[in-house]
Design a binder for this molecule. Structure first.
Ligand code: KIV
Ligand code: ZN
Length: 514
């Protein structure tokens, strides 16, 4: 089906991989990120809707606020498991139990450098502390995950010793953190496989992105036998962050054929919520959830994608799968085919000559460094083709008057010819623009149902006599969307003209059965 392919990695077809999300713990440790308890709860609910297996909600012992927040999430009635972080210290683990989490994540540094400069205990003391804490968690009936922090810089002998010791204490899951992101996929594969071969517990990995390899390393680990991955939404986390949730999950699904419990259609929605609350912007070019992830501009690409989206997209992943939208962006690289398609969708029927002229104007704008939005294209087309609907405009505006002030409710009256019949209608609104827009909508027959889906007022020039550009988008009950704009010094007139123009364009589509 795919020709020469890289899909021999579909060795994981049908394998189930658990998704452990640590956005609210490691992700909140992103420099500059701080979430309120309400925001954390909102993200937790979204992660639950997304279908993660585990949410690491925080480090309960670290502060009263953190404790309350973890407990609030643990008691929120989510479907997923809620986890709290604990050092190999009884009071940490107790705080997790008191916060009502179902899973406790016990961690301890195991590399020489971290032991020497942080915990300063002997190997024997570390093993004893780990075993005691894991036993305490298990005696209290919770799931236990144990992490050997900085595992990739830990001597293999000590790592195997401590993992065997916690296995003896009935630990459920062991985690191999690449704490400072120094692993590379080929050696991480061997490293993880060696551990998987020696233990009888679920193996989990936690990869940091210092060299941009966190997702690649996580995937190598799954190939080697790990069956849980720790990820963060938008790749948040300490320093360069953790493995990105969307990238890891979609690679597992689409490339490897593995399964997770993630409802991938919520990936973009989740990424945008976390972007908004964390105030860490998603890059335009971010895979899967970035603005450009399914956008095409160049002529060759757009042409191909319009014919068949698999030409310049992976095909094994579509925008619909992840809750995104495909966009054809018009600019200097745009080809004739893309412009023709856009115009056709907008209800225009240009001649070949008109199409060439419109294309030339689009490229001219692109050369000046501008992108051409669909609304601009409609304006260009109006100018080049001539007002498409001049002869057959359904609504012809004659007069608009508005009364406003602080002692009356803003009221607008509109006089217009509607399909050849004069109508005069008035309406009130929260302000003069709202009143006028409502009055125009009342001009339409009761069986014509439209609603405003976009309304933007942009001052083009400065000062009290600024020219206001109003952009209006209208949708009918069949889901057809059109937009129009107008620019005037009078904001009410600009709004009414833009709305009437959009309505006329929609009526034209209706009449032509498009
Ligand atoms: O990066 C790390 O090692 C961690 C541990 C707590 C798992 O975040
Ligand atoms: Zn980490």
């Amino acid at each position: 089906m795919w020709g020469i392919v890289f899909y021999d990695v579909r060795s994981l077809v049908g394998e189930q991989v658990r998704i452990f999300d640590t956005t609210l713990r490691d992700g909140e440790q992103t420099p500059g990120v701080s979430l309120t308890p309400d925001e954390k709860l909102m993200i937790a609910r979204q992660l639950d809707k997304l279908g993660v297996n585990v949410i690491e909600a925080g480090f309960p012992v670290s502060s009263k606020g953190e404790f309350d927040s973890v407990r609030q999430i643990a008691r929120a009635g989510l479907n997923c498991q809620v986890c709290g972080l604990s050092r190999i210290v009884k009071k940490d683990a107790q705080a997790c139990l008191d916060a009502d989490v179902g899973m406790v994540h016990v961690f301890v540094p195991t590399s020489d450098i971290q032991i020497a400069h942080t915990i300063k205990l002997s190997h024997d003391e570390i093993v004893a502390g780990a075993v005691e804490t894991v036993e305490f968690v298990k005696e209290n009936g919770r799931t236990c995950l144990f992490s050997a922090m900085d595992a990739t810089r830990t001597s293999p002998e000590f790592l195997h010793r401590i993992f065997k010791a916690v296995e003896g204490a009935h630990c459920d899951i062991i985690n191999i953190p690449d704490t400072v992101g120094v692993a590379v996929p080929s050696s991480f594969y061997r490293f993880v496989k060696d551990i998987c071969d020696r233990v009888n517990m679920v193996v989990d990995v936690h990869c940091h992105n210092d060299f941009g390899l966190a997702v690649a390393n996580s995937l190598a680990a799954v190939e080697a036998g790990a069956r849980e991955v720790q990820v963060c939404v938008n790749g948040l986390g300490e320093r360069a962050g953790n493995a990105n949730l969307a990238e890891t999950v979609m690679s597992l699904h689409a490339i490897y054929g593995a399964r997770t419990s993630i409802k991938t259609e919520y990936l973009v929605e989740t990424a945008r919520l976390v972007e908004r609350l964390s105030e860490v912007k998603i890059s335009m070019t971010a895979p899967i959830v970035g603005e450009n992830a399914f956008s095409h501009e160049s002529g060759i690409h757009s042409h191909g994608v319009i014919e068949n989206s698999k030409t310049f997209e992976p095909g094994i992943m579509t925008p619909e799968m992840v809750g995104h939208k495909r966009r054809i962006v018009l600019g200097k690289h745009t080809g004739r085919h893309a412009v023709a398609k856009f115009l056709e969708e907008g209800g225009f029927e240009p001649t070949e000559e008109q199409l060439s002229e419109i294309l030339a104007r689009v490229k001219d704008l692109g050369d000046k460094g501008k992108q051409v939005a669909s609304i601009d294209l409609q304006t260009i087309a109006d100018v080049v083709i001539g007002d498409v609907a001049k002869g057959s405009q359904a609504v012809v505006l004659k007069e608009v008057s508005v009364m406003t002030g602080n002692i009356i409710t803003p009221t607008a009256t509109v006089r217009a010819m509607v399909r050849g019949k004069e109508k005069v209608l008035a309406s009130t609104g929260v302000g003069p623009v709202d009143a006028a827009v409502n009055a125009v909508q009342r001009l339409l027959d009761s069986d014509t149902s439209i609603h405003l889906c976009d309304f933007r007022i942009e001052a083009i020039t400065g000062g009290a006599d600024a020219l206001a550009e109003v952009v209006i988008g209208v949708e009918d009950d069949k889901g057809r969307k059109v937009s129009a704009k107008s620019a005037r010094e009078d904001i009410v007139m600009a709004s009414v003209e833009a709305l009437v123009s959009a309505i006329n364009r929609l009526m034209l589509l209706e009449e032509s059965g498009r």
